[in-house]
Design a protein around this ligand. Structure first.
Ligand code: B12
Length: 214
């Protein structure tokens, strides 16, 4: 039953059927399935398949758009549930997070922001397609402990390096830990640009953020 429901959610997301995906997401919650299980075992898996089919030419841009909107709608149902599970948390640190300039991929960055917030971090989400100077200004203004940089394109991941260089020029690099993520990003890339860490998904991002706060 649980496996069937998760498989159904995944299939409907792949097909970009917003209404059915949202409906099934609600049913899954009513049946006691944990919101993070719905994300990890249905929605994220479906998105991966959509991306793969796009790479092979089986899917086109409208399929990416439909799947993206569908996932965001499903996440808007899950977010209050995620928050409700972490009501009484103490603030453990401040994080500025956003997607770098030239890149409008929002879903993964927002999921990481939500999970950090659920785990006690004070989160300043600066959005997508964010110019370097906005990241720098927000880190300075909020006196953030952590900066999270998301990049989903091989052409935009170099912005992560540029932002780290600009933090150095602004004398902020010693005051803030930088974590990077996004589909083309890896641990080796993080190390090569002088970031403090890389995480492959939202749960790993929370673990990394807690580690960097120590
Ligand atoms: C949905 C989607 C879109 C949607 C985005 C909708 C939205 N509102 O976000 C739309 C249709 C807009 C889109 C547009 C484009 N896309 Co697109 N897209 C995707 C797709 C299918 C899924 C991305 C996604 O949301 N995944 C689900 C989330 C949950 O996962 P995630 O983003 O990876 O995030 C997780 C981790 O990476 C990590 N993470 C993410 N950020 C951060 C940050 C930190 C700090 C940390 C620690 C961790 C972390 O945690 C997240 C949560 O678990 C991917 C395929 C893929 N496999 O990634 C292609 C993909 C990223 N897109 C691609 C391309 C080519 C494009 C376009 C150029 C297409 C075009 N011709 O116009 C444009 C670019 C527009 C732009 N300038 O940004 C390519 C990139 C290829 C490359 N190597 O550069 C991909 C890989 C598809 C493919 N296989 O070819 N896209």
């Amino acid at each position: 039953m649980v496996t069937d429901l998760l498989a159904d959610i995944k299939e409907n997301l792949i097909n970009g059927d917003q209404e059915r995906t949202v409906e099934l997401t609600k049913i899954a919650l009513e049946n006691g399935i944990e919101p993070m299980t719905i994300v990890n075992s249905a929605l994220a898996v479906g998105m991966q398949i959509v991306g793969d089919r796009y790479s092979t030419g089986e899917f086109f841009l409208p399929n990416l758009v439909a799947a993206g909107v569908t996932m965001q709608n499903a996440l808007s149902i899950l977010e209050p549930e995620l928050q409700a599970r972490h009501e009484e948390v103490q603030r453990v640190g401040k994080v500025v997070i956003g997607t770098v300039k030239g890149d409008i991929h929002e879903i993964g960055k927002s999921l990481v922001a939500t999970m950090l917030s659920c785990n006690g971090f004070e989160v300043y989400d600066v959005g997508v397609d964010v110019p370097t100077e906005i990241f720098i200004a927000k880190v300075a203004e909020t006196e953030a402990d952590l900066l999270g940089l998301s990049a989903l394109l091989t052409t935009t991941m170099t912005m992560q390096r540029q932002i780290i260089e600009e933090l150095e020029k602004a004398d902020l690099r010693d005051r803030v830990k930088v974590m990077v993520g996004g589909a083309p990003v890896s641990g080796e890339w993080a190390e090569s640009i002088g970031a403090d860490g890389y995480a492959e998904d939202a749960m790993a991002a929370v673990r990394l953020a807690k580690l960097l706060m120590q």
